[in-house]
Ligand binder design. Structure first.
Ligand code: SDX
Length: 430
């Protein structure tokens, strides 16, 4: 990484700041010494122009609609690989050899069971509890069961915790779904691949044998690849900030799940499907486009727009193709929700408001249609996002912990509150 300098003039005083160049994308101005040299902070609510860290994991070019995991294009990974291969790549930085892949699959598979005491943890929830509420609680609770992998200073314990998180998220997600629908929990089977195991834990019932549909399993595995990591998004930044204090990995992932739940972030897939259902038919689309453009209306087109992508989200294209593949496999000839989504996309992409603001469909626009067709209730959509993103959170968390320069994250502020004033007794307050 080459570096040069940039000069900032503050109160007629020149402050020299180092400029660092990366492999791809914008260079950065290192402002870590700015406060010491100028007595001033930078100000960037929402971090639109702020790089919070250095990372080698994922690269996004928002203008070109490019997404690379460790340098490999998402389109190629989704086409040729599987989710556990992507997990290995994100965690270790290289695609695995056949032997490494077999060993990784074996290790993940043998961590898929959860402590049986977890079953009783679920019974504390109402049956109609949102599955994301259950996931935040249960993932945080894992740190109560696995004390032997919470010492973040021990690389072995960090590796075990990483395996446990990746392996147990499908089991917990399936348990959250089963609890929600009032069916008995289904235990993982070691002779099934990762995603087939998850589908069976969700949809098998004791009354009959469950046969995994390989087309649906492959489609869902590809959906997990698309959701695996995405640079320093809100939930990943939450995991990094929580981890910077030395909190254990299970607690950090629980914090990431909580952040992902928001409708502006991972909760958008649930919100986007509800929006498509509310629109109902293509003839009602103009009314919602008008609302999305109305400054006085808080309504936004869910599944549209992105902080980084000012072009088509490359994941959305693959997602749209997967939607058609799943609907064809399930014999769903004309899904009214897909009709509304396709028409809405066509209208929005021609509308000057969306063109001018560079608002394109993002990964959440089509995912809900696919997941609903597979049999998942809307409330499970963000849980599946969290399941897939766990490997990204873990990889980013590990990178931060292993970075010798990492310190606790502690932003400052622009204070606009009251200057110092003296206490007034209640008798004097009038
Ligand atoms: C994810 O960061 C990531 O990488 C996230 C993610 C990941 O993989 O981790 O990609 C996953 O979270 C995808 C995004 C899912 N969210 C949604 O689909 C919710 C709807 N989209 C928006 O709320 C919004 O686009 C955001 C939150 C995604 C981005 O918000 P920004 O970057 O803060 O943009 P903004 O809100 O400042 O919007 C810029 C302008 C505004 O108009 P002006 O005030 O400039 O006049 O565009 C408008 C917004 O009003 N706008 C929209 C819109 N999104 C932005 N108008 C209508 N509908 C929308 N969806």
């Amino acid at each position: 990484m080459s570096s040069n300098t940039s000069t900032l003039t503050v109160d007629n005083k020149a402050v020299e700041l180092a400029v660092k160049e990366g492999t791809l994308g914008p260079s950065v101005i290192d402002i870590s010494k700015l406060y010491g040299q100028s007595g001033m902070f930078t100000y960037d609510p929402g971090f639109t122009s702020t790089a919070s860290c250095e990372s080698k994991i994922t690269y996004i070019d928002g203008d070109q609609g490019i997404l690379l995991y460790r340098g490999y294009p998402i389109e190629q990974l989704a086409e040729h690989g599987d989710f556990l291969e992507t997990c290995y790549l994100l965690l270790y930085g290289e695609l695995p050899t056949a032997a490494q892949k077999a060993d990784f699959d074996y290790r993940v598979t043998r961590h898929t069971m959860v402590h049986d005491q977890m079953n009783r943890f679920f019974t504390g929830f109402r049956r109609d509890a949102h599955p994301m509420a259950i996931m935040v609680g249960c993932v945080g609770a894992l740190s109560a069961f696995y004390h032997d992998s919470t010492d973040i200073s021990d690389p072995h314990q960090r590796m075990v915790a990483s395996m446990r998180m990746i392996a147990k998220m499908p089991t917990l997600a399936a348990m959250a779904y089963k609890y929600h629908v009032g069916q008995p929990f289904v235990y993982p089977m070691n002779d099934l691949d990762y995603t087939s195991n998850f589908l069976r834990m969700c949809f098998a019932v004791p009354a009959e044998e469950y046969k995994v549909n390989p087309v649906l399993s492959r489609a869902l595995d590809r959906i997990f690849i698309l959701h695996a990591d995405h640079e320093q998004n809100a939930s990943t930044s939450t995991v990094r900030l929580a981890g910077s204090s030395g909190a254990n990995p299970f607690a950090c992932i629980a914090a990431g799940i909580a952040c992902l739940w928001g409708p502006a972030h991972g909760g958008a897939n649930e919100a986007a499907l509800k929006m498509l259902e509310e629109i109902g038919t293509p003839d009602r689309i103009p009314e919602y486009i008008a609302r999305a453009k109305d400054k006085n209306d808080p309504f936004r087109l869910m599944g549209f727009g992105h902080r980084v992508y000012k072009n088509y989200d490359p994941r959305a294209r693959i997602m749209q193709r997967t939607t058609h593949e799943v609907l064809n496999e399930l014999g769903i000839k004309d899904d009214p929700l897909l009709d509304v989504a396709m028409e809405l996309e066509q209208i929005a992409l021609k509308d000057e408001y969306f063109v001018e603001k560079k608002l394109y469909p993002n990964i959440d626009f089509y995912s809900g249609i696919t997941l609903k067709a597979m049999g998942f209730p809307t409330s499970m959509f963000t849980v599946l996002f969290a399941l897939a993103r766990t490997v990204g959170w873990i990889a980013q968390w590990s990178e931060m912990i292993e970075d010798p320069s990492q310190r606790i994250g502690r932003p400052r502020q622009l204070y606009t509150g009251s200057p110092r004033r003296e206490y007034v007794t209640v008798a004097q307050r009038g």
